[in-house]
Design a protein around this ligand. Structure first.
Ligand code: HEM
Length: 394
């Protein structure tokens, strides 16, 4: 009996690293019964999957993503995917709306959220807060709302849309009650996007306006903006929480960054590599194929585990260590193939500016030991449940 019979989703969500390490060493291409799919855990095999989209298709059947969001760029393969990428990517690059947002608005947004946290200070008392809920979440919901041009609806609404969509994407049991709740969110968000499309003018710079100007149909815009909201908020939020936690938990690392703030970029890359907020790229075989010496039949679902390949001992030296001087090429936290993250430039900036502003405002920030250790949770999406911190009384 193979390892795949022993692995459960609950174990992967609680503590994936030891399971993934065992898979890499004993069964790097492994069929996991409980997931009804293959897990591929070594760098070279996942790189092959990503380079071979005609065999490992993103147009899976069934597709939780297409059911929850409608057909979108992540459910369509090259070459058709290239047209959508050409329309939807430019506003997320430094030359697009995201560039102006980062240069002119992101730091101000962070400062505003920090002002709100400070305004809760009771004289003489330290300020206690949760970096995730009180800061990272509104910062990343707000950033995407502004770039897309949906900020009139408020950041909380944006977060509620994100949660509603994600609940349906993760509805693996096909619970009709969850789908019905998500339908309400989908309809409300769809109406908000349609209204924004209709309000577009020729000078409008918001990403949604750029999609209209680039010739996307309303349905393409609605479905792909849903995809952006479902993926583009949780991940920068987790990134901000993870980098803050890693820094506050390691005073030596904190001193290195304080002495040379330019090294923050390297730190962010290493945190993304070691903690990989997105667990897998899931595809389906279009024909019988041998991968890593194992025969996979046509039609099976195959998950390339980014979280595992970012720690693959055959690819990285001392992979678990955060090493700011590492020069071993880029990691796979944003994926490797045609579907490589569209929002990676913006996401990195949110994490960088978010953490820098937080630490500049509260130079003596520390983890709140009274709230217990920081716990990570999730497999497909993994981040801290909370990062409770204390800023001493000034
Ligand atoms: C900063 C943390 C982020 C991480 C770690 C991350 C990770 C990823 C990964 C691994 C994929 C590939 C998924 C697959 O192939 O199945 C992906 C795709 C995608 N991401 Fe991100 N992401 C982040 C931020 C963002 C942001 C801020 C946006 C904003 C819109 C975004 C939008 C997207 C979209 C639309 C795709 C699909 C691209 C395509 O199909 O061509 N992501 N992301």
């Amino acid at each position: 009996m193979g390892l795949g019979a022993e692995i459960s989703l609950a174990d992967l969500e609680a503590s994936p690293e030891p399971i993934l390490a065992r898979l890499r060493s004993e069964e790097p291409v492994c069929r996991v019964d409980a997931l009804d799919m293959w897990l591929v855990t070594r760098w070279d095999d996942v790189a092959f999957m990503e380079a071979t989209p005609d065999v490992f298709t993103a147009a899976t059947e069934p597709s939780f993503l297409a059911r929850a969001l409608g057909q979108n760029m992540l459910t369509i393969d090259p070459p058709e995917h290239a047209r959508l990428s050409g329309i939807f990517k430019p506003p997320f690059l430094s030359k697009g709306r995201s560039g102006r947002f980062v240069a002119e608005e992101l730091a101000e947004l962070a400062e505003r959220l920090l002002d709100e946290i400070v305004s809760r200070r009771v004289d003489g008392e330290p300020i206690r807060f949760d970096v995730m809920a009180d800061y990272a979440q509104p910062l990343s919901a707000g950033s995407l709302a502004i770039v897309l041009g949906l900020d009139d609806h408020g950041f909380d609404r944006m977060w509620a849309w994100c949660e509603g969509l994600c609940a349906d994407i993760a509805n693996f049991e096909n619970d009709p009650a969850r789908t019905a709740e998500a339908e309400v969110v989908k309809a409300e968000l769809g109406a908000a996007i349609m209204a924004r499309i209709e309000a577009t003018t020729s000078e409008d710079e918001a990403a949604i306006a750029r999609f209209v100007q680039a010739g996307a149909t309303p349905e393409e815009i609605v479905n792909n903006v849903r995809l952006m909201i479902s993926g583009g908020i949780n991940e920068p939020r987790d990134g901000i929480g993870l980098v803050t936690w890693v820094l506050l938990d390691d005073p030596d690392l904190r001193s290195v960054i304080d002495a040379d703030p330019g090294r923050m970029r390297r730190l962010i890359e290493e945190v993304f590599r070691v903690h990989s907020p997105v667990g897998t790229v899931t595809r389906q075989t279009t024909k019988d194929i041998e991968l890593g010496g194992v025969a996979i039949p046509k039609g099976d679902l195959v998950a390339g585990v980014l979280r595992s390949i970012n720690l693959d001992e055959t690819h990285w030296t001392d992979p678990d260590r955060i090493d700011l001087d590492r020069r071993e090429g880029s990691h796979a936290a944003f994926a490797l193939g045609a579907h490589r993250c569209l929002g990676e430039w913006l996401g990195r900036q949110e994490v960088k500016v978010g953490v820098e502003r937080l630490l500049a405002r509260f130079p003596d920030l520390r983890l709140d030991d009274g709230s217990g250790p920081v716990e990570l949770h999730g497999f497909e999406f993994r981040g801290p449940r909370a990062v409770h911190v204390v800023a001493p009384a000034s």
